[in-house]
Design a protein around this ligand. Structure first.
Ligand code: 13P
Length: 254
């Protein structure tokens, strides 16, 4: 099933969030072949969940803690998200840049699976790593380390998003769109590695997303690529018209 995930990042208070969801619900038509997930900030999840039309939209979180409960001020556990969020973004480059390492990400992946939350694991190289010819090594190292606590059956349930850090819109006006060959290269690397590590079973249900400046103008080219199961959309998911356009393109594909 095709998957479009909107990552709202650190934007929108509960009032603004509810308004955006209403507008999205008005624009989006349900489609059994396309799953649409929005990932608002934690503070918005509960108010949105109360009235959500789950036939159209599902909810995800942008992060989780690796334990289910305990003395961790300011944290939200996957157990607390049960019934609210079906997905959780894990290992986003913006969190890795704040100090989250692969060891912690591996624990979070296990925590998500343990709590029946589908993890959307983000991997991808920075511009400097790409310029030094290290893209493949970074993807392989991140994936290998991040999945160490999972079995092949677990891996078959996860979503992997290739988000090259250099293509993410950081709001500085410098937008770089990845080329199809960049994405094909990353996907081949990801699939080959997962097959090597977890066999046929590991890749049997695997869904691969692309993320990085995906917008209505570029989404079709990405979505039509072989092995691309969907998109992880940042900035464009905050604009209901843009996000609905991306969803429409996805739903219109064979
Ligand atoms: P943009 O679509 O704003 O580049 O963000 C991508 C992203 O980081 C999604 O997780």
């Amino acid at each position: 099933m095709r998957l479009i995930v909107g990552n709202w990042k650190m934007n929108l208070n509960p009032g603004e969030a509810s308004l955006l969801v209403k507008r999205l619900e008005d624009k989006i038509k349900p489609d059994p072949k396309t799953e649409i997930v929005i990932c608002p900030p934690f503070i918005d999840l509960y108010p949105i969940a109360k009235d959500l039309d789950r036939g159209k939209l599902k909810l995800g979180s942008q992060n989780i803690h690796y334990l289910d409960e305990g003395p961790f001020t300011g944290e939200i556990s996957p157990a607390m998200l049960k019934g609210l969020a079906d997905y959780a973004i894990i290992g986003h480059s913006e969190r890795r840049a704040m100090g989250e390492d692969d060891k912690l990400i591996a624990k979070k992946m296990a925590a998500a699976i343990r709590n029946d939350i589908t993890p959307v694991l983000c991997v991808g190289e920075t511009l400097a790593e790409r310029q030094h010819g290290l893209a493949k090594k970074v993807i392989v190292d991140q994936l290998t380390a991040d999945l160490t606590q999972l079995t092949a059956t677990d891996v078959a349930k996860i979503v992997v998003a290739y988000e090259p850090v250099w293509s993410i819109n950081h709001g500085d006006g410098n937008i770089v769109h990845a080329k199809p060959e960049d994405i094909t290269f990353a996907y081949t690397t990801i699939r080959t590695l997962l097959e090597e590590l977890y066999g046929e079973e590991g890749v049997s249900g695997l869904r691969l997303l692309y993320g990085g400046s995906a917008d209505p103008g570029h989404c079709r080219a990405y979505l039509e690529m072989p092995y691309v199961d969907g998109l992880l959309v940042g900035g464009a998911s905050l604009n209901y018209e843009d996000f609905a356009k991306i969803v429409k393109v996805a739903q219109g594909l064979k």
